[in-house]
Design a protein around this ligand. Structure first.
Ligand code: AMP
Ligand code: ZN
Ligand code: FE
Ligand code: FE
Length: 291
């Protein structure tokens, strides 16, 4: 029994619809998946329904853009209450900033005499959480670039002409938000950042787990983070970070997390949900009878 706890759909920068994603998960024999779109939970309901239809276990999640000590970090939230007003308000903020960032990136492209329109990017993205991969794909569609790599190398990578920094919240605010809405906070793909020095601070802030298994982690990188997880008593998660066809070949199926880790994650989800509910309850003002 295996799971994939890091997946994207076309509600952010993946290319699969929720239904296509679940179909692929089934093809690869997975028994549980989590959806972790960037800065949105909008795809969760459809993914959950598609999972229910085929008897697959589903965990609602998101991948939040955060920073710690000047480093961009991605924090995965699992077991989120996807109707929670605070979660919806906070992700709406992220999405508005992402949309403005697209406008700014296109403005910079135009200043470089690259005639891409904002509408072309939004039409292609067709979601509230657009990102650079959508700009890259729109450039290719308009015949202005030939490959994703070329679009990133020429325009979109950090410090290239159309690069615009991304809005981030602090890692501890991301962890707080996830806890507040009943979820479990996990540091995504630490091997990509290689900023292990930020981990103790995040543990202090309440981090629940580390994504030890990821497509871009070598065996020795995974071993290293398993050891770190052990040392800090953190949960262990893993996923492919599949974006559908947007990065050439679909990654789903390449990282298979043994189901025992999902059981442990689910126990923490239940605990965090109970704690969030009891905090919300104790914060409710008590109405005193009038004198
Ligand atoms: P954004 O959230 O807008 O900053 O975009 C980040 C996304 O762009 C992530 O999914 C990255 O994996 C993807 N990305 C970054 N560099 C490249 C690249 N050279 N080619 C394709 N995708 C990339
Ligand atoms: Zn992405
Ligand atoms: Fe990420
Ligand atoms: Fe991701």
């Amino acid at each position: 029994m295996f799971a994939d706890l890091h997946l994207h759909t076309n509600f952010s920068d993946g290319t699969y619809t929720p239904e296509e994603l679940v179909h692929q998960a089934q093809r690869h024999g997975l028994c549980a998946i989590a959806l972790t779109d960037h800065d949105t939970v909008e795809g969760c309901l459809r993914t959950q329904r598609a999972c229910e239809a085929v008897g697959m276990e589903f965990i609602a999640g998101a991948e939040l853009t955060a920073e710690q000590a000047g480093n961009e970090l991605h924090i995965l939230g699992y077991g989120l209450d996807i109707q929670h007003p605070r979660l919806l308000a906070e992700t709406a903020k992220f999405q508005e900033v992402r949309q403005n960032r697209i406008r700014e990136m296109v403005g910079r492209l135009n200043a470089e005499n690259v005639p891409l329109s904002v509408d072309a990017v939004f039409a292609l993205a067709n979601c509230r959480a657009p990102g650079r991969p959508h700009v890259a794909r729109a450039l290719i569609k308009a015949g202005l670039c030939t490959t994703l790599d070329q679009a990133f190398e020429k325009y979109l990578k950090k410090n290239r002409p159309a690069w615009v920094p991304k809005f981030k919240i602090s890692a501890s605010d991301a962890i707080d938000l996830i806890h507040d809405v009943g979820g479990v906070a996990v540091m995504a793909h630490p091997g990509l950042n290689r900023t292990d020095e930020v981990i103790p601070g995040m543990v202090e802030a309440g981090l629940d787990g580390i994504e030890c298994f990821h497509t871009k982690h070598s065996n020795s990188t995974s071993e290293h983070y398993l050891e770190l997880a052990n040392r800090h008593s953190l949960l262990i998660t893993g996923g492919s970070d599949c974006h559908g066809m947007s990065k050439g070949k679909p990654l789903i199926g390449t990282v298979r997390l043994p189901y025992q880790h999902v059981e442990i994650l689910k126990a923490r989800m239940a605990r965090n949900r109970t704690e969030a509910l009891s905090r919300a309850h104790s914060a409710t003002p008590v109405l005193l009878p009038p004198n």
